[in-house]
Design a binder for this molecule. Structure first.
Ligand SMILES: *Cc1c(COP(=O)(O)O)cnc(C)c1O
Length: 234
């Protein structure tokens, strides 16, 4: 087994253990492999090891990989855009990605809606919540969620699937869990109002266990699968 296949197996085991421990079925939690800054060859190793859902933060880098694998005839991958999205890049996301996790204003949702090609299924979108209320982070406050969700669900070409958050780093399990529960409560409430809502994108390498215990349905893991990132190349 190569490193990436080995790492993936370990991450899957950790997800299964975390789910089982709190009485959830491991299949309720999707693993999103965050491949930002990593070459297509690394993604190919993960694909060979059975991984299908990938997360990218940078629009052009993501599009390059999407086209690379499409041209190679691999057509059962799922590509998730998980980075901050500027308006002038929205068209590329609408035209190439399957999901966008970082909806934080109506304007970006409207652009994605207008720009989604009619021959593609609706773009799956998540509203990003700034759950730790950090000034530096994108995302809306929980108090703004109902109003934005009500507008987003009216837009054609996009489908509201749920919520996403990047909580502030926290080493203590109890505090990770408390923040994750706030997200899960908001998610459960949204789900009762909109039948398409089924996804809570929450949990990274260091807080995955708490996120799963709180109710996350999608964890986003990069380093534990692909190794440390080298940003000097970008
Ligand atoms: C980079 C990134 C991840 C993965 O982070 P790791 O620490 O490498 O696991 C997850 N979510 C988002 C939004 C990211 O930008």
């Amino acid at each position: 087994m190569n490193d990436i296949a080995h790492n993936l197996a370990q991450v899957r085991d950790k997800i299964s253990a975390a789910a089982t421990q709190c009485g959830r079925a491991p299949a309720e939690v999707t693993l999103l492999a965050v491949s930002k800054t990593k070459p297509a060859s690394a993604v190919a190793e993960a694909i060979d090891a059975g991984q299908r859902a990938f997360g990218e933060n940078y629009v052009q880098e993501g599009v390059d990989k999407i086209l690379h694998f499409r041209e190679a005839g691999v057509d059962d991958l799922q590509w998730h855009f998980i980075g901050p999205l500027q308006s002038n890049k929205s068209r590329l996301v609408a035209e190439h990605f399957d999901w966008c996790h970082t909806i934080d204003r109506l304007r970006i949702a409207s652009r994605l809606s207008e720009q989604r090609p009619a021959d593609l299924p609706p773009l799956n979108v998540l509203i990003q919540v700034n759950i730790s209320d950090e000034q530096s982070k994108s995302g809306i406050a929980l108090g703004e969620l109902d109003a934005l969700a009500a507008q987003v669900v009216e837009l054609p070409g996009i489908c509201l699937r749920g919520l996403m958050a990047i909580p502030a780093p926290e080493t203590e399990y109890a505090r990770q869990f408390a923040v994750a529960r706030q997200m899960a409560v908001a998610f459960e409430a949204l789900k009762t109002r909109y039948p398409t809502v089924d996804t809570l994108s929450l949990g990274m390498t260091d807080d995955m266990t708490a996120a799963i215990a709180a109710g996350s349905t999608m964890v986003r893991i990069g380093t534990a699968i692909f190794g440390a990132r080298d940003y000097t190349k970008n």
